[in-house]
Every structure is written in structure tokens, then in C-alpha cells.
Design a protein around this ligand. Structure first.
Ligand SMILES: *Cc1c(COP(=O)(O)O)cnc(C)c1O
Length: 354
């Protein structure tokens, strides 16, 4: 375990834990009692604190609000049968946060500050980590500019915060998606590989249009030709074509998902052929027509695996075969769940005990 960093702690005097109904948790609405907060100014991270979860004030001239200097992460902690809590690949989240920070001209967060803040926050709110099947504690680390200055330049001060919310079993209703051939989520050379707030804001309008047409989300295509698959909604996209696991290769326009990375690792462990390369919409539709598209799914922390049931392409909807009981997506989803809850061996050292 890490050396303990002393973090000034102000405990809540009004815990909301008794209002938590672990059987009916609505995603993203119920927040645990405390949050971790640390400010950056004068070129240094200041004293970290654990505080009651609550509103934070900002200057009206806050540059994150005007110019979008804001980044975030999404990760989960799991409680096993003996009540121990563990995080899934937390250093991968830190490394990605720091990659996002670099792209957005924000300061790097030291590993010790991140890991100590994270683990001490979760220990303080350990009662909030649910343990019913499929549940977890969703963790939202984020950083934003705090200068009250409307000139356009990187802020000189920032705040890094972590808050958490318990989440219940995620029901993966098979998705209806369509290829997007007009709007783009991100372009080569842009900031699509970074988890920055603006990527999400700009994706909302095209997603809303697709939802009005009866789809759940979009399959984004590349910005220059609209030919190649990028991602599926806010998840990475994976296909099983003719027994092979095929996924778009990473680029500056694709977010390097930790679930994607983990799913590909398990596929390789199981001796499957994995191809990270360009995947065109035409290839996917042709494979479907030829009966070779066995599975298509999105992967990300919130849902783990979100199977795709229908793909819309150039005005027509195409139904995918129903995944077999031994489908890769189901097996990999169960394997990840078993590792996370300590029911299966953690051969890659992915779990970090809190
Ligand atoms: C966060 C995110 C993902 C998934 O990443 P995970 O680390 O697997 O949760 C995929 N695409 C986008 C655009 C994202 O923001």
C-alpha cells in the first residue's frame, strides 16, 4: 500500500446514505457524501482536502465556462464478496487524464495526489460502494480552469475534484445505431483522443437528430471521408467478423478506452486473432450481408459491453444476428465482471485494492 498522505478532512454532518436504496439506483443522480478537492495555483498543487459533497462557486469570468478548459475521467470501484473494495486499472485513468491535460494546456497531476485522493475518498465513503450483482461505485475525477479572466490563454489556476456515485446493474438493451455521414465527433489532429468536456457538448446535436429518427446513438465515421468507423456514441466500437476481433486502430481522433484495451487483451489471452486497423462502413455492411458479421458492440466503463442489434446505413436499417450464448461479447463481459469482483484470477494485475 502507498505511504499515507495526510489529507485535511471535513466530514459531513448530514450523511445522505440512509436515502440510498441499493436496489433502485438511478445513474448519475445520487452522489456519495464526500469529494476530494485540490487547487493548483502559482505553479503548484496546493493542500488537498476531503470535503462534504456540495456546490462549488466560480467566477462568472471562469475560463473553463467560456473556453472549455475542462477534462474528466470515468472509472469504477467494486466491492467483492468479503467486502474488500478494489479499483479497476486506476493508473490507466491517471495516465489518460494527464494526456488530456497536456492537450488542453493544463497541469499534470502527480500520481501520489491522484491515488491518495482516490483511495482516501473511497475509504471515507466505503459504505456507499454497493455490492449487489452488477453494481459499482462510479468515480468521476475532473479538472477545470479557475482563472477569472476572459482573455484567451491557458488559465493559470485549476481545480481537480473527484466525486463518486453508486451505480446499479446496467441493463444492456441491444442498441439501434446508425452510421453518421454528415457530422463528426472529432477529426485527426483535433482533441478527440482527450477526454475533454467540449467533445461531448459538440456530439449532442447530431446524437439528438439520430434519436429523433429512433436510434439510440451514432457510429461516428472519420472526418475527412466519412468512410471509416471511429467510435460508437461515447464508446469504442468492436466487431467480430469471421471469428476475428476487429476494431478501429487508435488515432488522434479516437479515445483510447480502458475497456477497449482490456477486451482486446482478453481476446488475445484466449488465442483469438485481434485486428486494430481501419474498418470501413462498407466492410461492416458487406460482412453483415455475407453472414460474416457475428457481433458488433460498444465498450466503455459505464456499460462495459453494449451490444448493437440494428445498424442504419444510408437510409436502411439492417438487423444483426442475435449473439449466441457463447458469443465473445458475453464471455468477455462475464470475464471482466469476474475479475472486478475477485471471482476470477487477476492475471494482468488490473485490480488495485483500496
Ligand atoms: C471515456 C470514453 C470512452 C471509453 O473509455 P473507457 O476508458 O473504456 O471508459 C470511449 N470513447 C469516448 C469518446 C470516451 O469519452
Amino acid at each position: 500500500m502507498l505511504e499515507t498522505l495526510t489529507i485535511r478532512t471535513q466530514r459531513t454532518t448530514a450523511s445522505r446514505l440512509e436515502h440510498l436504496d441499493p436496489e433502485h439506483i438511478e445513474f448519475g443522480k445520487i452522489f456519495s457524501d464526500h469529494m476530494f478537492v485540490v487547487d493548483y495555483r502559482d505553479g503548484e498543487w496546493q493542500e488537498p482536502q476531503l470535503l462534504p459533497y456540495g456546490d462549488m462557486t466560480v467566477s462568472p469570468a471562469n475560463s473553463a465556462l467560456h473556453y472549455g478548459q475542462a477534462i474528466f475521467e470515468g472509472m469504477k470501484a467494486y466491492k467483492n464478496a468479503s467486502g474488500d473494495i478494489a479499483l479497476f486499472r486506476p493508473l490507466d485513468n491517471l495516465h489518460r487524464l494527464n494526456a488530456s491535460a497536456e492537450r488542453m494546456c493544463m497541469p499534470q497531476l502527480p500520481e501520489e495526489l491522484f491515488m491518495q485522493g482516490l483511495t482516501q475518498l473511497i475509504r471515507l465513503d466505503s459504505e456507499w460502494v454497493p455490492n449487489s450483482p452488477g453494481s459499482a461505485l462510479y468515480i468521476r475525477p475532473f479538472m477545470y480552469a479557475t482563472d477569472g479572466f476572459i482573455g484567451v490563454r491557458p488559465s493559470e489556476s485549476y481545480r481537480f475534484v473527484i466525486f463518486t456515485c453508486p451505480v446499479g446493474l446496467y441493463y444492456n438493451k441491444p442498441l439501434r445505431v446508425r452510421f453518421e455521414e454528415k457530422y463528426v465527433r472529432s477529426a485527426e489532429g483535433g482533441a478527440g483522443f482527450a477526454k475533454n468536456a467540449g467533445n461531448y457538448g459538440a456530439a449532442m446535436y447530431p446524437t439528438k437528430l439520430a434519436q429523433q429518427e429512433g436510434y439510440n446513438q451514432l457510429i461516428w465515421t472519420d472526418a475527412s471521408e466519412h468512410r471509416y468507423v471511429e467510435e460508437s456514441g461515447t464508446m469504442n466500437a468492436i466487431f467480430v467478423i469471421d471469428g476475428k476481433v476487429v476494431t478501429p486502430a487508435l488515432s488522434s481522433s479516437i479515445l483510447d478506452g480502458i475497456t477497449r484495451r482490456s477486451v482486446l487483451q482478453l481476446a488475445r489471452d484466449w488465442g483469438m486473432q485481434v485486428e486494430e486497423r481501419k474498418v470501413s462502413a462498407v466492410e461492416v455492411m458487406q460482412a453483415l450481408a455475407d453472414g460474416k458479421l457475428e457481433e458488433a458492440f460498444g465498450v466503455g466503463t459505464a456499460a462495459t459491453i453494449a451490444p448493437i442489434a440494428v445498424i442504419g446505413y444510408q437510409g436502411h436499417d439492417h438487423e444483426l444476428p442475435k449473439p449466441a450464448a457463447d458469443a465473445f461479447s458475453l464471455r468477455v463481459s462475464e470475464a471482466l465482471q469476474a475479475i472486478r469482483t475477485g471471482q476470477a484470477a487477476d492475471g494482468h494485475g488490473w485490480m488495485v485494492t483500496v
